[in-house]
Design a protein around this ligand. Structure first.
Ligand SMILES: NC(=O)c1ccc[n+]([C@@H]2O[C@H](COP(=O)([O-])OP(=O)(O)OC[C@H]3O[C@@H](n4cnc5c(N)ncnc54)[C@H](O)[C@@H]3O)[C@@H](O)[C@H]2O)c1
Length: 275
């Protein structure tokens, strides 16, 4: 039920690979709420994915950018401001990748070259994305920048590997840059810590189906879907959330405050009786 809460706003959305991507839903919903958007992804993802279909649906243009490359990012912001004829109101950073996770490495056997690559893509790219906007003064006053995180930044999930460290850094960057950008231009920066969600990146984590089911059974409201996440991001881009900044915001159906639920306990007891 769109209400036009982003009418007149302009934004950049990173990370829509295919229709399962969280960023895909955010782009669709932002468009429905009246925003004008530019879509971006790494050049290789543009070749593999279906982003042009999303561009058609949302009446937007696609500008390639590897988010680890500051020249690409500068070009992205410059072209976006040319396209809109003005500065930008919101940015979604929806990017994550770990080579160690992809290759099935455990935390104690990680390959450090892959760790560095994953940290650059999943966390430092958030800093670079914000700094490129800062250097070009590309954000409007009271703009909003959102990154997507996961609770493995605070708690151990056995196979999440270096992505846990990457998410911890991502959340820290939101706090640190949130301070500076808040002072300079009232720009707010937050991370949304989202439930397990069935997407290309999500499903790449070993044992993902188990994480998904466990979180769903533990959370009183059940897992938040990518559509739920998109709605939350829209609210964070809107003027209704102007004073929220430097936060890691749990969007997880209550998971983060749970210890045990009757549903998980029943499943656990049933399994232990069977064994
Ligand atoms: N799916 C989940 O369970 C879940 C849960 C919590 C948080 N998240 C986070 O949500 C975000 C989006 O992931 P998703 O689940 O929609 O999966 P996804 O695979 O659809 O999106 C990840 C995106 O990152 C992009 N990307 C990778 N390297 C890049 C680079 N160098 N430059 C620019 N873009 C690059 C990919 O092309 C892809 O579009 C990620 O930060 C992820 O960690 C996902």
């Amino acid at each position: 039920m769109p209400n036009g809460i982003l009418k007149g706003k302009k934004g950049i959305i990173f990370g829509a690979l295919d229709s399962k991507s969280i960023a895909w839903k955010v782009a669709e919903f932002a468009h429905n709420e009246g925003a004008e958007i530019v879509l971006t992804n790494a050049p290789i993802a543009l070749r593999m994915g279906t982003i042009n279909k999303l561009a058609e649906i949302t009446n937007s243009i696609v500008i390639p950018a590897d988010a680890t490359n500051t020249e690409d990012l500068t070009n992205l912001y410059e072209k976006t401001m040319d396209h809109f004829g003005c500065k930008i109101d919101f940015v979604l950073h929806s990017i994550g990748m770990s080579v160690n996770v992809r290759k099935g490495k455990q935390y104690y056997e990680m390959n450090y070259d892959w760790t560095q690559k994953g940290m650059d893509v999943s966390a430092m790219s958030f800093h670079k994305t914000i700094k490129s906007a800062w250097d070009l003064d590309a954000m409007n006053e009271w703009g909003s920048i959102v990154g997507l995180s996961y609770i493995a930044a605070q708690r151990v999930f056995h196979s999440y590997n270096d992505m846990a460290d990457n998410k911890a850094l991502l959340e820290s960057i939101a706090r640190s840059f949130g301070y500076h950008y808040g002072l300079r231009k009232n720009v707010r920066i937050n991370t949304v810590s989202q439930s397990p969600t069935i997407t290309t990146a999500g499903s790449g984590v070993d044992g993902f189906d188990g994480f998904f089911k466990f979180a769903d059974d533990l959370s009183p409201l059940g897992n938040a879907s990518s559509e739920d996440c998109a709605n939350y991001c829209i609210s964070l881009f809107s003027d209704y959330t102007k004073k929220i900044t430097m936060q890691n915001l749990y969007h997880d159906g209550g998971f983060s405050n749970m210890g045990m639920s009757s549903k998980v306990m029943e499943t656990y007891m049933k399994n232990s009786e069977e064994n």
